[in-house]
Design a binder for this molecule. Sequence first.
Ligand code: FAD
Ligand code: SF4
Ligand code: SF4
Length: 376
Amino acid sequence: MRKKRSSQSRLKKDVLEKSLCTGCGACVGLCPYQAVYKDRTVQLFDCDLPDGKCRAFCPRTPSDLPLLRESLFDASDATDEIGPVKEYWLTRAKDEGLRSRAQHGGTVTALLGLAMSEGWIDAAIVSGRLDGREPEGLLIDRAEELADYAQSRFWAAPTVAAFHRAPESGAGRLGIVATPCQAIALAKIRTAKIDGYRKGGSLSLVIGLFCGWTLALDRFQNLLEKYQLSASALTGMDIPAGKNVLELRTAGGSANVPMDEVDSCVREACRCCVDSTAEFADLSVGAARFGANPEEMRGWNQVIVRSGAGQKLVSLARQRGVLEFREAPPPALVELKNAAAEKKKKALVRIIAKSRSPKNLLYLNPDDPVVRKYLK
Ligand SMILES: Cc1cc2nc3c(=O)[nH]c(=O)nc-3n(C[C@H](O)[C@H](O)[C@H](O)COP(=O)(O)OP(=O)(O)OC[C@H]3O[C@@H](n4cnc5c(N)ncnc54)[C@H](O)[C@@H]3O)c2cc1C
Ligand code: SF4
Ligand code: SF4
């Protein structure tokens, strides 16, 4: 009988060698064989296990996305463009001090802090700071420290690896901030039926981030050099509404890098990504940017509430006055859905260019009705 290929070698051939790896960290921290170097996943030693969790949890191996949707969400909330929607709001943190340290409205940090102070989670996994360290996921168990890790780092942080390592710290129920690809890995972990693997049950809350792309760290560092900057000097980064630039902030000022230069640093895997709103999270948060005057919404977030747990948390945030709410103007959701549909269509074109066959969508299933809709 032919020996079954190892999960690790299949991950190498189907994900790493095809430049589909998003750097999410889901295959790292489960064993000594897989590791992260900067924003790259490396295989240190060979493993011959045919059914390893590394391949099972990877968001870029074939997944039964319809089954994940069915397991985690109410079918009546489904939308094709942005996944399940129970509620859609504009929000920001009530705490002005937090808002001044956050990326947009501080909704993510405020909600994590609330979940922790209510005892819904014992600790949160967030991404490390912009102070020259390697991208990393960190486990934070004091609500007052969460704001130190606010803001967006536009490169891949292997936060799912920090989830795998969390039991070592004794933390019980966990919340995690996740990009869309990480939210898919976490959905696979949550629904995994693998003998001896029960850790998915400790995952109480997934707060998703909207995501357009991440930057490949080595190329981004070269770009920074051109602007006489270093990653360790960065204090923040953003794409200001209505401007086609990436703003890089340092203690001494800021530099605006034109988006066509930034585009050359985008991670290859992100060009094949169909999810822009973290469709598999309990709730998803992004910038509020739409309408004729996007500046009007500066400092606010768009929030999509997806699961019962997400709904409970957002409703508590309203009761406790942790978040301020605004009704979203009707065109907002339409704009968001249109942008999300565009990302799906573009990614599918790129996936087919990579596989050279419309029948082979690499990690996606051509029979998934959502995929089929955008396969034109
Ligand atoms: C790579 C990336 C791309 C994004 N692209 C878009 C986009 O195209 N459109 C859009 O509307 N919004 C995008 N966002 C989301 C946006 O930048 C904000 O994170 C979101 O609006 C929440 O704002 P906030 O003020 O509530 O966040 P904050 O309260 O400041 O909290 C941000 C949280 O994100 C975590 N975080 C930061 N960087 C990462 C990372 N690389 N990986 C995982 N977690 C991280 C932090 O640890 C913190 O917990 C992106 C975010 C990231 C990280
Ligand atoms: S996408 Fe995530 S799980 Fe898959 S190989 Fe890359 S880091 Fe590992
Ligand atoms: S664009 Fe997609 S693949 Fe890239 S970091 Fe965002 S969610 Fe992950």
